[in-house]
Design a protein around this ligand. Sequence first.
Ligand code: HEM
Length: 234
Amino acid sequence: MTYSSYLRIPELLALQQEPRAHDELLFVVLHQSHELWFKLALHELDEATRLIDVDRFPEAETRLRRIVTIMRQLVAQWDVLGTMTPAGYLEFRHVLEGGSGFQSAQFRELEFASGLKDPTYLSSPWLSERERGRLQTRLDAPTLADAYAGALERAGVTDVVDVLRAGPSLLTMLSETLLDYDEAVGHWRHRHVLAVERQIGLKPGTGGSSGAAYLRSTLTRRFFPTLWEARTRL
Ligand code: HEM
């Protein structure tokens, strides 16, 4: 076994074709690395959901902390994209044709598995059969938000405000970590829309949406709306 054979480095590096314009390699690496981190986040999310289901909160926390850290470092990755000029992007943007991050099946899986399900994505023509199958499974399965709701129910909590009011406990800590996760994804969405405006202004997206205007409409999406809403009533 060598470093290269264990990590399948030749296969990994073969995934980036010769760039057609200088900045295309940055664009490809940024997207591919996001997909790898999404893969790991989904892996951790499944485990966190399973652990919450059996009230193993400290172990669930360690998984959730990892997901939060992954999302925070993805937020930081937008700085690298900021080193690309809009003119540099325009040199190869036409290559994408109708391709867009909007079609990222793993991003939708993350949304579905966390608590934000929208079955209309399943009829998207760009999904492969495998991607559609995975999304259908996610659609049918209980989410992280469901697992949290179940934990509250088992603890006899009828209003999450009571958890926020109580002193430190495993449930209050879990609640704050879930909020950290929701907030980190929110930051990712904000940084994405700023990066988009910086690159293409108010042009429509390659995926066919209105572009930044559509992305701004997604900024209020939340995985755990009751945890946010409870703050108002506290
Ligand atoms: C130059 C860089 C980028 C530009 C100009 C850009 C532009 C856009 C636009 C305009 C949309 C809306 C859909 C459309 O009409 O295409 C979108 C959606 C999306 N993009 Fe990007 N993007 C960039 C980089 C990235 C990167 C690096 C990722 C990482 C995976 C990404 C992930 C996504 C996702 C997940 C959506 C769907 C968001 C949602 O529906 O909530 N984008 N992007």
